[in-house]
Design a protein around this ligand. Structure first.
Ligand code: ZN
Ligand code: ZN
Length: 464
């Protein structure tokens, strides 16, 4: 089994708190949801993402004995956790801290956890999995997964949400460190390695998506995918990066990725010609750590808006809205970058998605005949004039989005200056930030019910 663990940033403090109790070792039961990726598009291998959903600190009754150097829990107490996990389709786990700073699992830990895994497989079946997390006083972690194989496997833990950071040690790529030294001078040690270990999908390869994908590749993102169903037209060339008139008629995603490949960077870049709503794009989305949404499409955006919360994945959404006034004057010209993750306000509550347009787009995708019929009858508006656009502004929005990613990876502005929405008003000109508040009845961002729930049936709890 190949796995990695996502610790939502909002649970980070509670996780470390649970591992220490004065000078004695302390611990907690852990519950994780599962995300099954049948084929990771970059490695072509199957893997599982485990999302930490809950940390339940141990009660006195759960502890058999504890000291400064050990913690033994009662297997009988674990049964209630196993029961709950099975009922809710979750993976059970155990977390403990080493106040001594000893940065590895001890022989006693092996013994203790083997017993817990045995209890899990006796109760929940041979395929049972046990997650084990070790927290250290320096804020780092060690993690492993016990399954039917004889020995546990070491796995990585990374936070996601307002910050993306590896909490377990990862291999450092020395080549990328030296070529990207100028970036280290801006964002510090570890920044390039974070990029190198990042799986990023750019949805939309147009005026904003094309410069974005190229800049991500040049800055050292290790795994990159560009997803777009459209083909290049002559009217696109004035704002597409990496495209020429010879490319007219070719898929936008392929042209951008070909351009990236011609630069010969250390990036595993994939072009995906398809719609983000297609079921066969799900593995790609699930395998991504960050998804940039650079499309005009409301239906795709509506799906990604849910995906961010269900799969605890940062979605960075972008837009450029131009409102002309008369022939040459501009009433409003706003570039927008919005960060969506559990804890931030969603796009529906910010009135960024038009649900009616989303419905029309889904209808057009699924049944063009029915769409045409409803359009004739005046039930759908559809299409309309193309949006105004200018290369400097579409590219500027891509730059803003990468700034926000750099903040998530490095915290260069300080954690207090992380923003969830940034607006660039070109006609004023100035930048603004806006927090936004969830609508009280929003099932996605006002309630925590779906946060990090992972794979459920139907996908994203959406029928149809
Ligand atoms: Zn230990
Ligand atoms: Zn909402």
């Amino acid at each position: 089994m190949s796995a990695d663990i996502i610790l939502p940033e909002r649970l980070r403090e509670a996780t470390f708190h649970a591992g220490f109790d004065g000078s004695n070792e302390a611990g907690a039961w852990v519950l994780c949801s599962e995300v099954k990726i049948s084929t990771d598009p970059w490695t072509k291998l199957a893997r599982t993402k485990l999302i930490v959903q809950d940390i339940l600190p141990l009660t006195i009754g759960d502890i058999e004995s504890s000291s400064q150097t050990h913690l033994t829990v009662r297997t009988t107490s674990f049964i209630k956790v196993l029961k709950y996990a099975q009922l809710h389709n979750l993976v059970p786990g155990f977390l403990h801290g080493h106040p001594s700073g000893h940065a590895d699992f001890s022989l006693r830990d092996d013994d203790n956890e083997r017993k817990l895994w045995q209890a899990a497989s006796n109760r929940n079946g041979k395929e049972a999995t046990l997650v084990s997390l070790l927290v250290l006083p320096d804020g780092t972690m060690r993690a492993r997964v016990w399954d039917s194989s004889k020995n546990p496997i070491s796995v990585t833990v990374a936070t996601n949400g307002s910050s993306r950071q590896f909490l377990t040690p990862i291999l450092v790529n020395s080549v990328c460190e030296s070529n990207l030294d100028r970036q280290t001078r801006v964002f510090g040690d570890g920044f390039n390695n974070s990029l190198h270990n990042l799986n990023v999908t750019v949805v939309g390869a147009g005026g904003t998506g094309s410069p974005l994908a190229i800049m991500l590749a040049r800055s050292g993102v290790g795994q990159l995918a560009v997803l777009d169903p459209d083909h290049i037209e002559a009217s696109n060339i004035h704002r597409l990066h990496g495209a020429s008139y010879k490319d007219i008629g070719r898929a936008k995603a392929e042209v951008v990725v070909d351009h990236i490949q011609s630069i010969d960077l250390a990036v595993n870049a994939k072009a995906c010609v398809g719609n983000v709503l297609d079921a066969d794009c799900r593995d790609l989305l699930k395998a991504s750590d960050i998804i940039f949404c650079a499309t005009d499409d409301h239906a795709g955006r509506m799906m990604l808006n849910r995906f961010a919360y269900f799969y605890e994945t940062l979605v960075i959404d972008m837009g450029l809205a131009v409102e002309p006034e008369g022939k040459r004057l501009i009433r409003d010209m706003t570039g927008r970058v919005t960060m969506i993750y559990p804890g931030a306000t969603c796009l529906l509550c910010r009135n960024i998605i038009d649900p009616l347009r989303a419905r029309e787009e889904e209808l057009l995708r699924k049944s063009p005949k029915e769409f045409n019929k409803q359009q004739k009858e005046g039930y759908v508006i559809g299409g309309g004039d193309p949006e105004p656009a200018f290369i400097a502004m579409t590219t500027s929005v891509a730059c803003m989005a990468i700034d926000e990613m750099a903040q998530v990876l490095s915290g260069f502005r300080g954690n207090k200056r992380a923003v969830t929405q940034r607006l660039r008003r070109f006609q004023i000109p100035e930048d603004r930030c806006s927090g936004g508040a969830p609508e009280p009845d929003c099932p996605v961002c006002a309630s925590t019910e779906y946060w990090g729930i992972g794979d459920i049936n139907p996908f994203l709890d959406r029928v149809g």
